[in-house]
Design a protein around this ligand. Sequence first.
Ligand code: PLP
Length: 406
Amino acid sequence: MYDVNEIRADFPILSRKVNGQPLTYLDNGASAQKPQVVIDAVTRAYAEEYANVHRGLHYLSNLATEKYEGVRGIIARFLGVSDEEQIVLNSGTTEGINLIAYGWAMPRFEAGDEVILSVMEHHANIVPWHFLRERQGAVLKWVDVDSTGALDPQAVIDAITPRTKLIALTHMSNVLGTKVDVKTICEAARAKGVPVLVDGSQAAVHMPVNVEELGCDFYAITGHKLYGPSGSGAIFIHKDRMDEMQPFIGGGDMIREVTKDEVIYNDPPMKFEAGTPGIVQTIGLGVALDYMMGIGMPAIAAHEDALRDYARMKLDGLNWLQVQGTTPDKGAIFSFTLDGAAHAHDISTILDKKGVAVRAGQHCTGPLMEYLGLGATCRASFGMYNTTEEVDRLVEALELAHELFA
Ligand code: PLP
């Protein structure tokens, strides 16, 4: 455990007021705030170290390239990947999963081939597979969660058939907080020759992740939730899968040679990184991950587990509020509805008046909302800098909303 006030002091935005109230930022599931080291790194990169990467022979281009390329190794370390050539840099999870859909899946899916998804996937891990359904006749097979929001790994394994070409699952639900036992699923899937893609957008923020121990083929992360800049991210691609992939976006940087008649691609991972990348965003992401590793992922997870338990205890005391997702070992993410007709947007507006920032809506999880029979929820999602006092402020604001709408 760490002193949360020391962590908070690293995040300048946390000391500002909103609507005359201290900011209680509980929208980390959507995007996290940035520590001063990241803000400074971004400023320095533009003020002193900026040029395009990979193509220049001049000092600044070499410096920017060195800083940018250095992040590949930081991400590899963060994800427990021994060979950084298996890390493809990109703008975030959405791009990462689309790369796999276009570059790996489209060339090998035939009509009737199946991709297994859980019902709690984010649209970023649904829509690319709908592309495959629309264009190539792929079949989307859905595995439900139980009434606590847990996903039984055996149910996923049982859904595998000879037509299954891919399993694509979140590692942690952005709505329910459910953690998925990816390791068990990967073991069984590997035995049946089925690759597994893991959406690590939430999990990698809140708990230690070792991709090699998990045994997955693809693992996507997104920088802006990892206390880094938006427009940064990466996807781990196992080298065997990388060898099977075709490039997705064509342009500069991903080629070695282009003539009128042919194109010779760069070696992976650059083969899958076309055009000028998010240079400064990626540099900022490297600093953010170093910052997180400096604190220690086990310490971050322990802090957030304690917050989760406190928040659960306080929210359970509100008998007019229903939390979605009640598995004991979940992430500190609470989606809820209130008795009565109050819409999630109205509740979040009241909370905002009290300086409490939460998200309201479908959270990009249409199939899950349909499964839960809900139009929308409010979601309070915690990060490494949140405190039990902030849980209390959330509860006070919720009590006010309840009084107003009861
Ligand atoms: N997957 C999950 C579980 C998410 O929570 C999110 C973001 O909300 C995404 C994917 C998409 O991430 P991005 O919009 O950064 O690409």
